[in-house]
Structure formats: structure tokens, C-alpha cells
Ligand binder design. Structure first.
Ligand SMILES: Cc1cc2nc3c(=O)[nH]c(=O)nc-3n(C[C@H](O)[C@H](O)[C@H](O)COP(=O)(O)OP(=O)(O)OC[C@H]3O[C@@H](n4cnc5c(N)ncnc54)[C@H](O)[C@@H]3O)c2cc1C
Length: 447
């Protein structure tokens, strides 16, 4: 197949998945076109990692998969072939020096996402693939059970031997990720699992949130646990947390968010089909459904150790009011709230300190309850959960099991991970797999 509007492979979406697919496909000898509706490629990549582009994570394969809690195992084969080590080598091969920061996060030494995006685009072109911007695709063309090209919104038709859908999720739609790929996949017989926001701030209607008394309070190295409807911990993350005017944000709130979404979804389903008494996750009948979270201010200490620490501090300064004593151990802005909840008067001194109340304070400092009622929207989330059902996709090639010549990669898949470079790694890795496999298929077709 040759000619102006004939390609071996058409890739829709010039995010990390589509650009890497184009590089792999053209490297394997396929005549490749990447199309994006935006005026710039890699717009979301450009704002990732705070605008510095968290290009990958230096973690090993098992750790990568653990940090992709949304079906990361599906990418085992793709990540084994093209994982973080290969991504790092790939960029260094392009002359882009990377540096490792906390928790294995890799960034360009320039601290500019543009360095990464420009290098990817230059490599796409160097390998001979074409890139068309400001070119929205309207639909995918299917004939006799195979993907055979795309139709643009200008009515122009581009024919190809394979089509790769790399249109991303639905989060932050101003970057171009508006979920266009899902209906195209459905048309090819695919199931799209329920979409939901992940890596997203949490909402709470607790009085201390509504009063905004904690707004802006940032806590380092604390623990956050999401409890399920059976009263068991669903997940605990340790790290930094930020109180906002609507609830919780910061790395561990984002990491917990997908578990909150799942618990809320579960409790809503249970509520609609429930005949037995309410046993949902922290929800009272008639009130806004909520999920119970607890904040651990001392994740590296037991409750008894915290209790002993409080007692020791108070004993060391017997004339000092407890509210001032605790400043050495607790975030200052939390002290009135914790004292209020335990009923301990702030001016109590060591001589009249009720031991049981102090012990209650330690319990509260280890498990401060926060009822969470939801999250910000899918559009406001960093990542989209859910996507193309993985049972319908070959995990080695990313090819549809239902429609020949149709491939998927990146966030459109029902795979999602924590921020920290894991989603971008998943996009590069699945993009590489799809591009290589589609090229192999189209080159076989040619012979
Ligand atoms: C603010 C922010 C920060 C983030 N930080 C991190 C982080 O630190 N670590 C991490 O791992 N992940 C992070 N992510 C997530 C990560 O950026 C995405 O998972 C990743 O970009 C997905 O890549 P993709 O190629 O699948 O899709 P996208 O990057 O979403 O690209 C899809 C492309 O498809 C194009 N497109 C869509 N529809 C059409 C159409 N009809 N015609 C033509 N083109 C179309 C779009 O214009 C877009 O350019 C962050 C996301 C956001 C929003």
C-alpha cells in the first residue's frame, strides 16, 4: 500500500503511547502516520510531574506492576520487553540526561517536560514517521472485521493496514484527551469498563474541613488508610498529605483515591440492592454515603509508644499546659482538634492529666477518622480508571482479539497506576508493544 493517503499504520493520538508506538513501528520499517487533533503533541506529557515530565520510574518490574494497581499485571509481557530500564536507555540514547529523585521518579536534568516531548517528536520524524497536528479523527473505518483506516472531521479518508488507538483517557480534557477512542472501540465490538477518576483529590464534609480550619496544613510522612465496608483496611499509604478547603490532596490522598472510588461504588451498589441492615463503609442510612479513612500521625510508632511519648513529654515539663507540651510532637494546628475530640482541656498540666484521656489521645493520633464522601470529577483527575476491557486484547501485541489490525495503547486501556511515572511508563511500554506488533503485521501483509 503506498500513496499520499495510504499508510501501513495510522496512530490516533500523539501522547506518550502514540509517539512511542510511532517510533517502534517506523523503526520496524512500517510507513507510519501519527495524527493528533491538538496543535502540539504530548500536551498531557508536557504537564505531567509538575511540568517537569516524570518520564518513568526506576523501579524493577515487580515494583512497577505493584504501582499499577489497576490491572498492571496485564502489562507484564510489555514491561518485560520495554520497561523503565529500556525507557531510560532510550532517552539517554537520544542525548536526554535523566536524574532520579525520591521514590525512583525519573526526570530530565533540565527539569523541563519540553526536553522530553521535543526529543520524542524529533525521533518520530528522524525514523521517518509522519506527524499531522490539528487533525481530528472522526471515526475508524472497519471492513470485513478489520480496521482499515480513519476518517477525519474534514471527510478526508486515510487508509492503512493497521490502526492504533492511543487517544488516552478522559481526564483533563483541555489536553485533548476527551475519550474519543471509547465509542470507536465499542463499534469494533469492545467492552469499555466503567470509567472513574483516579489519582484525584478527596472530598470530605467533616466539620473541621467545612470550617477550613485545617486548610493548607501539609503533613509529611503520615499514614492514610482506607477502610472497606467490612471494617478491614483496603489500603494504607505513607507519605505527604495536604488539607484543602474541600478535603484532602497530596500524594497519599491521590494514591488512596481509587480505593475510595471503589468503596463508594461498592457501597452504592449494596445500598441499591440491600435488604439486610446497613453495613456499608461508614455510611449512616439517609446521610451522604461516605468511606471511612484514618490518618496515622505516627506511622513508625505503635499506639503504646505514642502514649509513652506524650506522657514523657508532659512529665518533663510538669508545669506546662498539655496544648503546649504536645507542640513538640504533633502538628500545631491539629492539637485543638485532637484535644477537643478527646475532651482533654488544653490547659491541663501533668499533675492533673487523666491517664486514660491521654491514652485516648494516642489512639486518636494513630487513627484520626476522616469520612470521605467522594472525589473531584473525572475531568479533574490526573488519571482515568477503567477503559478497554483487557480480556479482549492480546497482552503481548496490544491487538484487539475481536477486530484484526486494531491496536490499543496507553491510558485508553483498563490499566491505571499511581502518579510517579507509572502511567507514563505504562503508556510508553504498551505503545512500544503495539507499534512493533502492528509493524510486524503490516510488513507480513505486504509480502
Ligand atoms: C496534570 C497531570 C499530571 C500527571 N502526572 C503524572 C505523573 O507524574 N506520572 C505519571 O505516570 N502519570 C502522570 N499523569 C498521567 C499521564 O500523563 C497519562 O497517563 C499519559 O499522558 C497517558 O498517555 P496516552 O498517550 O495514553 O494519552 P494522552 O497523553 O492523553 O494523549 C492522547 C492524545 O490523543 C489525542 N486525541 C484524542 N482524541 C483524538 C481525535 N479524535 N483525533 C486526533 N487525536 C486525538 C489527544 O489530543 C492527545 O494528544 C499526569 C496527568 C496529568 C493530567
Amino acid at each position: 500500500m503506498a500513496g499520499k493517503n495510504h499508510y501501513d499504520i495510522v496512530i490516533v493520538g500523539a501522547g506518550p503511547a502514540g509517539l512511542m508506538a510511532a517510533i517502534a513501528a517506523s523503526e520496524a520499517g512500517a510507513r507510519t502516520l501519527v495524527i493528533d487533533k491538538g496543535n502540539k503533541p504530548g500536551r498531557k506529557l508536557g504537564i505531567s510531574g509538575g511540568g517537569r515530565c516524570n518520564v518513568t520510574n526506576a523501579a524493577d518490574l515487580d515494583t512497577l506492576i505493584r504501582h499499577l494497581p489497576g490491572n498492571g499485571r496485564f502489562l507484564y509481557s510489555a514491561l518485560s520487553r520495554f520497561g523503565s530500564r529500556e525507557i531510560i536507555a532510550f532517552f539517554e540514547g537520544l542525548g536526554i540526561r535523566l536524574k532520579e529523585e525520591d521514590r525512583g521518579r525519573m526526570f530530565p536534568v533540565t527539569d523541563k517536560a519540553k526536553t522530553v516531548v521535543d526529543a520524542l517528536v524529533a525521533e518520530v520524524k528522524r525514523r521517518g514517521a509522519e506527524l499531522r497536528l490539528q487533525t481530528p479523527v472522526r471515526r475508524i473505518l472497519y471492513e470485513n472485521g478489520a480496521a482499515v483506516g480513519v476518517e477525519l472531521t474534514t471527510d478526508e479518508v486515510i487508509r492503512s493496514r493497521a490502526v492504533i488507538l492511543a487517544t488516552g483517557g478522559k481526564s483533563v480534557p483541555q489536553t485533548g484527551s476527551t475519550g474519543d477512542g471509547y465509542p470507536w472501540a465499542k463499534q469494533a465490538g469492545h467492552t469499555v469498563t466503567e470509567l472513574f477518576p483516579t489519582e484525584v483529590p478527596l472530598l470530605s464534609e467533616e466539620p473541621y474541613i467545612k470550617s477550613r480550619e485545617l486548610q493548607g496544613l501539609s503533613l509529611r510522612d503520615v499514614g492514610l488508610t482506607v477502610w472497606n465496608g467490612k471494617g478491614k483496611p483496603a489500603i494504607t499509604h505513607v507519605g505527604d498529605l495536604l488539607f484543602t478547603h474541600f478535603g484532602l490532596s497530596g500524594p497519599i490522598a491521590l494514591r488512596c483515591s481509587q480505593f475510595v472510588v471503589k468503596e463508594l461504588r461498592g457501597s452504592r451498589k449494596a445500598e441499591s440492592g440491600r435488604t439486610s441492615p446497613n453495613e456499608g463503609a461508614g455510611e449512616a442510612s439517609g446521610s451522604t454515603p461516605s468511606v471511612r479513612l484514618t490518618l496515622d500521625l505516627f506511622p513508625n510508632k505503635t499506639r503504646d509508644e505514642v502514649n509513652r511519648e506524650f506522657l514523657k513529654l508532659s512529665e518533663a515539663e510538669p508545669k506546662k499546659a498539655i496544648k503546649n507540651v504536645l507542640r513538640g510532637s504533633l502538628p500545631e494546628r491539629l492539637i485543638p482538634l485532637l484535644l477537643g475530640q478527646t475532651g482533654l482541656a488544653g490547659d491541663t498540666t501533668y499533675a492533673n492529666l487523666p491517664r486514660q484521656t491521654l491514652s485516648d489521645l494516642a489512639t486518636l493520633a494513630k487513627a484520626f477518622p476522616i469520612a470521605v464522601t467522594g472525589t473531584l470529577s473525572l475531568e479533574e483527575a490526573f488519571v482515568t480508571g477503567g477503559g478497554i476491557h483487557l480480556k479482549e486484547i492480546n497482552p503481548s501485541t496490544m491487538e484487539s482479539k475481536l477486530t484484526a489490525g486494531l491496536y490499543f495503547c496507553g491510558e485508553i486501556l483498563d490499566v491505571h497506576g499511581y502518579t510517579g511515572g507509572y502511567n507514563i511508563t505504562a503508556a510508553f511500554s504498551s505503545g512500544f508493544a503495539a507499534g512493533s506488533a502492528a509493524a510486524e503485521r503490516s510488513c507480513e501483509d505486504r509480502t
